[in-house]
Design a protein around this ligand. Structure first.
Ligand code: IPM
Ligand code: MG
Length: 366
């Protein structure tokens, strides 16, 4: 029996509560599919600051290095908001983890099941039959990490500098990820840029065009980022895979999450270079954040964490069957009308549950 090592970083807020349910799901998967998991639980974010003096303690980084994949909860909360920006949970842990492990490909599926379209603020006729778009965001380049970065006095006044920089190879590798993903979906890629203003946009568009030649079965179109923000709201169901650089992807993926309506359902994967067998080292986390307002009450939706776990099995461990089993179990409980508080409207045939009950229901389906 093969043993897979998973670094478990539950973090802050609802992180530990939803992580507990994901662990139950992994236990169920282990017995059903005859695999074994070894978990290494470590501090991160505010919990890292409180317990070990910083958001990303050395021991945590070491455990991640030794693991096959990282299962991440969420970080941040009011308690740590007054620290210097670079020491705060989000910047002090997330960005360094992405950079350290070269997690350049961020996959953010925005999915709204047909029975949950009421949760979306978008007119329901626009997302009839559900909403299903995959955002492929470049995660280690662009303005987030470009040098020089500066905040200080220049020519007699306070000045800030961030640098947007992309090399062709960085654009090529993320474009491949988008086209490969599209081949397994509806075979359409919409590439986002600002080629009417930015040099970066010109290189982005030309490079994506070049990569597209290797995927003649996938349709490619381009949108300027401002127009894309508009078209996503106007005709959400026309999109399949949206490919964007780091900052544009950050912004548009929040828009897509909102269209899907239920942040508590959205998983994500941040992947590094592909290893043998097409597997990636990766970090897997819910898109929703630490939700300090409901933390500790046992009412958070664990589905985003559980679906992130499915992505981990699929991309980093090659356990496609097990991953699909989790996806199907989640679909089944939603179809049966089981809802955590974020999605419960009192609609006939639905049942309200807390975090643990939802986890148990999903485990029962597995
Ligand atoms: C995200 C977040 C992060 C980002 C922040 C917390 C640094 O917004 O993962 O989308 O900007 O990438
Ligand atoms: Mg963001």
């Amino acid at each position: 029996m093969s043993t897979h090592k998973i670094a478990v970083l539950a973090g802050d807020g609802i992180g530990p509560e939803v992580m507990k349910e994901a662990r139950k799901v992994l236990d169920a998967i282990a017995s059903k599919f005859q695999v074994s998991f070894e978990f290494d639980e470590q501090l991160v974010g505010g919990a890292g600051i409180d317990g070990a003096g910083k958001a990303l303690p050395e021991a945590t980084l070491k455990a991640c290095e030794a693991a096959d994949a990282i299962l991440f909860g969420s970080v941040g909360g009011p308690k740590w908001e007054n620290l210097p920006p670079n020491e705060q949970p989000e910047r002090g842990a997330l960005l360094p983890l992405r950079k350290h492990f070269g997690l350049f490909a961020n996959l953010r599926p925005s999915v709204c099941f047909p029975s949950l379209t009421h949760a979306s603020p978008v007119k329901n006729e626009l997302i009839e039959g559900g909403f299903n778009v995959l955002c492929v965001r470049e995660l280690t380049g662009g303005m987030y990490f470009g040098e020089p970065k500066f905040l200080g006095e220049k020519d007699g006044e306070r000045t800030a500098i961030d640098t947007m920089i992309y090399r062709e190879s960085e654009i090529e590798r993320i474009a491949h990820v988008a086209f490969l993903a599209a081949q397994g979906r509806d075979k359409r890629v919409t590439s986002i840029d600002k080629a009417n203003v930015l040099q970066n946009g010109i290189l982005w568009r030309e490079t994506v065009e070049k990569v597209a030649k290797g995927y003649p079965d996938v349709t490619l179109d381009h949108l300027y980022v401002d127009n894309a923000a508009m078209q996503l709201i106007r005709r959400p169901n026309d999109f399949d895979v949206v490919l964007a650089e780091n900052l544009f992807g950050d912004i548009l993926s929040d828009e897509m999450a909102m269209i899907a309506g239920s942040l508590g359902m959205l998983a994500s994967a941040s992947l590094g270079a592909s290893k043998d067998g097409g597997l990636y080292f990766g970090m897997y986390e819910p898109s929703g954040g630490s939700a300090p307002d409901i933390a500790g009450q046992g009412i958070a939706n664990p589905i985003a964490q559980i679906l992130s776990t499915a992505m981990l099995l699929r991309y980093s461990l090659g356990l496609e069957e097990a991953a699909t089993c989790i996806d199907d179990a989640v679909k089944a409980v939603i179809d049966e009308g089981l809802r955590t508080g974020d999605l419960f409207t009192g609609e006939e045939g639905t049942t309200k549950m807390n975090t643990t009950e939802m986890g148990d229901a999903i485990v029962a389906k597995i």
